[in-house]
Design a protein around this ligand. Sequence first.
Ligand SMILES: Nc1ncnc2c1ncn2[C@@H]1O[C@H](COP(=O)(O)OP(=O)(O)OP(=O)(O)O)[C@@H](O)[C@H]1O
Length: 351
Amino acid sequence: MYDIQLKTVSKTYLGTNEPAVKNLSLNVEKGSIITLLGPSGCGKSTTLRLIAGFERAEGGSISLAGKIVSDENTWVPPEKRGVGMVFQDYALFPHLNVFDNIGFGYKEKDRKSRVMEVLELVNLKGFEKRYPYELSGGQQQRVALARALARRPVVVLLDEPFSNLDADLRVTMRVEVKRILKEAGATAIFVSHDQKDALAISDVIAVMKDGVLEQIGTPREIYRYPENKFVASFIGQSNIIKGKISDDGLSVFTNTLGSVSCNHSHCMCAGEEVCISIRPDSIIKDANGHMEGRVKEFTYTGETIDAVITITSAGEEVDLLMHIHPEENIKTGEIIRFKLLPNFVAVVKNE
Ligand SMILES: Nc1ncnc2c1ncn2[C@@H]1O[C@H](COP(=O)(O)OP(=O)(O)OP(=O)(O)O)[C@@H](O)[C@H]1O
């Protein structure tokens, strides 16, 4: 059962020529967390606003919990859609304490017990009398989430909820927000331009570009089998190299790396011009490796050494980014031998 269904939804803002969202179709299963991921201006927030009812689509239909809330004949206003929103700046009422922020607009008989229930869910029991200015960023975000969940919404929409948090807290809150949403059994859509947030929190990632859905899949599918160059480069680091599918269809011939075995996620024909996406972790430094490259530059990050090596073959040069164990000592100009592991080598469309 889908809690959220978008069918060929489009939206063009007044005074603009290009649609912000073009023919977008999306199904979100009940209880799952999906992230709309993409660069600035790709239409993520517009999609969220269309679902919430803050914007009106000019085509297509939107259903929440099986009921149409927007199509050419139907318009359900935002307050009747059963949507809980968490904004980037949390949008808490500064003059209300935590209890009243969470219970704001909630008029059911169980107000007190419901507020206490969600306070417990977000680990803020004992904070009910504090005001937003007396809370840390992470605590404010928990209050915003508790407020969104209090009314038992059909779906929770979160617009860049981690962007105001510092790096450490961001990592903690990813785990915490996921736990809270899962415990509440909520169906949620996140909007993010941060691939790490998306990989960590989502059951499904929908990658967008220029108002169009480029690829949708689990974090593993998206990372391992990117369908095109944009997705490969946007999610994680990737080396993109041109090549041609071999006659048996099992590998790709490249000028610089020779024949490379790949994970084929898409049907490719022998002789087809493609690209391969090689994740840096697939390039393994190995004294017995059958390929070699010269270290062009490197950066020590603590967890790894990010090294760019130049491979020269048949008069062609290509730079590859690889990860080297941080205990290793490498020098610029040094020749290192390596091998390629096929795990994170994927064939992507050459477009
Ligand atoms: N109210 C508006 N009027 C006109 N154009 C708009 C309006 N809101 C957004 N746009 C345009 O629609 C496109 C999509 O914007 P949107 O805010 O959905 O992108 P986004 O992916 O959420 O970006 P960001 O990550 O920067 O928030 C952009 O080109 C933007 O300039």
